[in-house]
Design a protein around this ligand. Structure first.
Ligand code: ZN
Length: 498
């Protein structure tokens, strides 16, 4: 039974909050406090995320603030913001439903590369402020961000406790007020380390725009356009050059932290190899530190990085269009090359694309105007609606309506929807998060099975065979079943789970 639950402070970790609950509860030992709160008595509390709460604690806490807010505002969830929005929304749903394990849902690195901070840190001046304002200290998220050793607010070094963070040997409930001694703050000089820390904190604190489907890697690649890291036609990336410049830019960081900070983050140097850059650009890596490092180097603001927009046309498209236009004016490849840059063979290559995709570049050749796009946007709206209906119901199975699927269906070039805002809006209005889509798929599968089988003959594996859903996907779909079928059928479907 829970006693008094204090309210949570700004940016406070859930872990810290639970520890303060213990401190205020009057329990003789922290295990009793955990018993009040946790689903399993012997749970080891997690510093970065949240452990599964029991029913009682859940209902009290969710009355104080919604679970989603708790996870987004009081755990390290936003550190994994580059993991792709589909994965993130699924993780957030599971976690706020008190299900699922953050270490499986999110790409939390526990590897040997030392990304994991070893000990809980704190800012001595933030602690001083909290003591003056609230009469007690607490552990905040700001100081728990991996690879930041500075409090950007106070421009001072974080201090390290001896309380380990690692998931394996999780700490007990350490109360910040008890653990943190009064102490002096070591101020840092204005410099690259401080600016990068400020940048990372700003990125961390930006809201996650779950509806934005642009991936960080695609966006970062688009921001190489017009730089020396991309060939003039935009087809080739000069990765080695980028890596050299990046390492040179961050050189002063290598030694910076060594003096005063603890050992923990020094061995983690961020981007040092070409393949790490390639992984970012191909959306394989979602590492917060490396992505911030690259974006900061490229001069991208936290707002742009966290709600990215791709340019309407890529450098390659623009180049090809320019070449096509000059060809149509009767210029030869050598003259064009002098005008647009690049070699005459680059120009010829660009022109070949034009021939292959005559249709696409007809627009550029004719100097197609904005009003043409506007007319097309209106004219195509009903066609796009038809395409959406076909995709949604699917010829053989329901499908998810995405910009990609519609563009494919219409046989359009990749970025056509970028020019057709009304059509694009229509497509977007069909956006479904995966668990919702799975629910629709499961209901479809169940009804399909009923065509050939008795109700009692339908099993989970039949659904699985039809939909390829994993057990946990299936479970994630449960809350949405009733959007697509009646309550009774929904219950029958749920009971299929072994
Ligand atoms: Zn501070």
């Amino acid at each position: 039974m829970i006693g008094f639950m204090p309210s949570i402070y700004h940016d406070e970790l859930v872990y810290s909050w639970l520890a303060r609950y213990y401190a205020h509860s009057g329990h003789p030992a922290y295990v009793f406090a955990l018993e009040d709160l946790m689903e399993k008595k012997n749970t080891r509390p997690d510093v970065e995320f949240m452990c599964k709460l029991n029913k009682d604690a859940q209902s009290i806490i969710s009355k104080m603030l919604p679970m989603e807010e708790l996870i987004l505002g009081h755990t390290m969830f936003p550190y994994y913001r580059f993991a792709g929005n589909i994965r993130l929304s699924h993780a957030l749903k599971s976690m706020s439903g008190n299900q699922g394990n953050a270490y499986q849902l999110l790409p939390v690195s526990k590897g040997k590369h030392g990304v994991q901070a070893k000990y809980i840190k704190y800012c001595p001046l933030c602690v001083l402020e909290a003591r003056e304002t609230y009469g007690e200290a607490y552990w905040d998220r700001k100081s728990t961000i991996r690879n930041i050793n500075i409090c950007p607010r106070h421009k001072c070094r974080l201090k390290e406790t001896s309380i380990g963070i690692s998931a394996k040997q999780s700490p007990r409930l350490y109360v910040a007020e008890v653990e943190i001694p009064d102490g002096m703050a070591g101020l840092v000089e204005d410099g690259l380390e401080l600016r990068l820390a400020e940048y990372m904190l700003a990125v961390f604190q930006m809201p996650i725009v779950f509806t934005n489907e642009v991936q960080a890697g695609d966006f970062l690649r688009s921001r190489l356009e017009g730089t020396r890291y991309l060939s003039i036609r935009g087809m080739q990336m000069h990765i080695s050059l980028l890596l050299d410049d990046l390492i040179g830019f961050y050189e002063e960081l290598q030694g910076a932290a060594k003096g005063e900070a603890g050992e923990q983050d020094i061995q983690y140097q961020g981007i040092t190899e070409k393949h790490q850059l390639q992984h970012i650009f191909s959306n394989k890596s979602s590492d917060f530190y490396k992505i911030c490092q690259l974006a900061f180097f490229l001069g991208i603001s936290p707002g742009e990085l966290t709600n990215p927009k791709l340019p309407e046309r890529t450098q390659t498209e623009l180049y090809n269009e320019k070449v096509a236009q000059l060809y149509s004016e009767g210029l030869g490849c050598h003259r064009i090359a002098r005008k647009v840059g690049g070699s005459s063979s680059t120009v010829r290559k660009a022109n070949k694309v034009k021939e292959r995709k005559q249709h696409d570049y007809a627009a550029a050749k004719l100097g197609k105007q904005a009003e043409d796009w506007e007319r097309m946007d209106k004219d195509m709206l009903s066609e796009v609606q038809k395409a959406i209906n076909e995709i949604y119901d699917g010829a053989d199975r329901p499908k998810r309506v995405t910009e990609y699927a519609v563009t494919q269906y219409m046989g359009w070039p990749e970025r056509r929807l970028n020019y057709l805002p009304k059509c694009r809006e229509l497509v977007k209005s069909y956006y479904e998060e995966f668990p919702v889509y799975w629910a629709r798929e499961v209901v479809w599968a169940y009804k399909k099975l009923l065509e050939t089988k008795e109700e009692s003959d339908i099993h989970w594996r039949d659904i699985r065979n039809l939909t390829n859903l994993r057990n946990d996907n299936f479970k994630a779909a449960f809350p949405y079943l009733e959007e697509f079928t009646d309550v009774q059928t929904g219950e029958k479907i749920k009971s299929l789970l072994p």
